[in-house]
Ligand binder design. Structure first.
Ligand code: SAH
Ligand code: SF4
Ligand code: F3S
Length: 463
């Protein structure tokens, strides 16, 4: 696929803006719905940034929107089915007003099977494009506005566009993508097929964007990538160096990052986290399984022992470090013993929280061809056992925080009037009574109570 330059993007945005003016005679509204991971959330911020730059105003009501875009996820079948269901439901909106433009993009749209299905059975969808080139939206939209139905099935491109306008919803926390794609090919995972090969943004771009965000008043920056630990390959840069350079920026802010792959999580990374108060002492380090045999079948390229050594090293070097993880239950051929090993690892690591998934078969991946004799009922039983065990661990970690004073970044109003909510450095949701003036501040909070899902506390000054 040919490169789509920033100049072309800007020229097309201008052309769309003019076309929209004569088509609607008022300001048209755009609605973007995001499925999937933070990468997609971040892509949607760029999609909305371009839409606003082209003259749309944002709406969160699809019924009022002139342009409806679903930015989709392909990682599990359930997510795809939900999108297809929601897309089907849009048909009546289109019939009421065929001037409305319906579009699908993202990881699911990158899959040829899905593109074919949309082409044939979802005639109301006028535009489909894949996950790799969200910045191509202006050029594609221009064609749709000229009457064409555009189903763009080009393979993942190697592009990593700079200069795309971004519209962020929040004023306190910002996502900062540092790389795209994945080269790991874990045997269950669709991401490398839909997002293409790994490529990193130049370090100077990342640093200057971080500086700009901090100047604008953002207090937390989350560096994003499928495997941030291998940042910089081919650029002569590496992730620990990026972290150190970021922590040298002046200002009152903190940095998080996700996701770390255990095979690339180096001692240098652990030391970089340990070396700066600005880097949160929280590592999201997906283990996927505690069984060496299953990890081999998954092509994860580490053993449970190596994983645990990393955890121990991080605990030794980073005082008070917290871990979170992803775990897949019911990978093809997972035996009761394999699953017990996962439970044992979970008990040993004591994660603050876990994202647990039932294995979902993704056609095109290696694992899709493996025999899978375990019944869905048995998988569901294992899943529930893991949830129960994690609930107990999470709860006891929360209880250990009671009496401590933790720094919470106040993000917004809490569940009840008069409360604010935010997260500790380790990522635990914390609620405390305070006025809205404190939103966007780092607040010392004395923890008074532990809930299963959160902490409650009071600001130190109130005591
Ligand atoms: N790059 C990140 C995660 C990407 S997908 C990493 O390597 O950790 C997020 C999570 O979805 C994965 O960690 C995995 O736990 C889960 N996942 C991916 N494919 C899956 C599948 N086929 N079935 C169930 N869960 C899956
Ligand atoms: Fe998928 Fe593995 Fe890549 Fe994560 S590292 S995106 S799980 S292939
Ligand atoms: Fe889903 Fe794509 Fe993220 S498949 S998990 S939205 S990278």
């Amino acid at each position: 696929m040919e490169e789509y330059s920033p100049q072309e993007m800007r020229r097309d945005m201008e052309d769309v803006r003019r076309t929209l003016g004569s088509r609607y005679g008022r300001q048209p509204l755009a609605y973007v719905k995001t499925y999937g991971c933070q990468q997609n959330v971040s892509d949607s911020e760029r999609l909305m940034g371009m839409l606003l730059a082209m003259g749309y105003a944002q709406t969160d009501d699809p019924h009022r929107a002139d342009f409806i875009l679903f930015n989709t996820c392909a990682v599990r079948e359930s997510a795809e089915n939900r999108v297809l269901g929601n897309l089907g439901a849009l048909k009546s909106l289109y019939e009421k007003n065929p001037a409305r433009i319906m579009a699908v993009c993202g990881c699911m749209a990158q899959r040829p099977e899905i593109a074919a299905k949309v082409r044939e059975s979802y005639g109301h969808v006028r535009l489909l494009f894949g996950a790799n080139a969200p910045h191509r939206l202006p050029g594609l939209l221009l064609r749709v506005l000229a009457g064409e139905r555009v189903i763009d099935t080009s393979p993942p491109s190697g592009e990593i566009p700079e200069g795309v306008p971004v519209h962020r919803d929040g004023r306190v926390k910002a996502w900062l993508p540092i790389m795209q794609g994945c080269d790991n090919f874990c045997s269950y995972c669709i991401v490398p097929y839909v997002r293409g090969r790994e490529r990193s943004r130049p370090m100077d771009e990342v640093l200057s964007q971080a500086q700009a965000l901090i100047r604008e008043g953002y207090r937390e920056i989350t560096l994003l990538g499928q495997n941030v630990n291998s940042y910089g390959k081919g650029l002569g840069a590496d992730f620990p160096t990026l972290l150190r350079r970021l922590s040298e920026i002046e200002g009152d802010f903190r940095v998080r990052f996700m996701t770390s792959h255990p095979k690339d999580c180096s001692e240098a990374l652990i030391d970089a986290v340990a070396s700066s108060d600005k880097i949160c002492s929280h590592i999201h380090l997906p283990v996927q399984s505690g069984s060496g045999r299953i990890l081999r079948e998954m092509n994860r390229q580490y053993t449970p022992q190596e994983y645990l050594r990393l955890i121990d090293l991080a605990r030794e070097r980073i005082p008070g470090v917290h871990f979170t993880s992803d775990i897949i239950v019911g990978f093809p051929g997972e035996t009761e013993e394999d699953f017990e090993e996962t439970l044992e690892l979970v008990r040993r690591v004591r994660y603050t929280s876990l994202f647990t998934f039932l294995y979902s078969r993704r056609s095109g991946t290696k694992a899709a061809d493996l025999p899978d004799p375990v019944t869905p009922a048995e998988k569901a039983r294992r899943f529930q056992r893991l949830l129960d065990i994690q609930e107990g661990i999470g709860r006891s970690i929360h209880e250990e925080q009671v009496g401590r004073v933790l720094t919470v970044l106040a993000e917004g109003p809490g569940r009840e009037e008069g409360l604010l909510t935010g997260r500790t450095e380790s990522g635990i949701i914390t609620q405390f009574p305070a006025g809205e003036a404190l939103i966007g501040q780092f607040v010392p909070v004395r923890i008074t109570k532990a809930l299963n899902w959160a902490l409650c506390g009071e600001t130190e000054e109130q005591k």
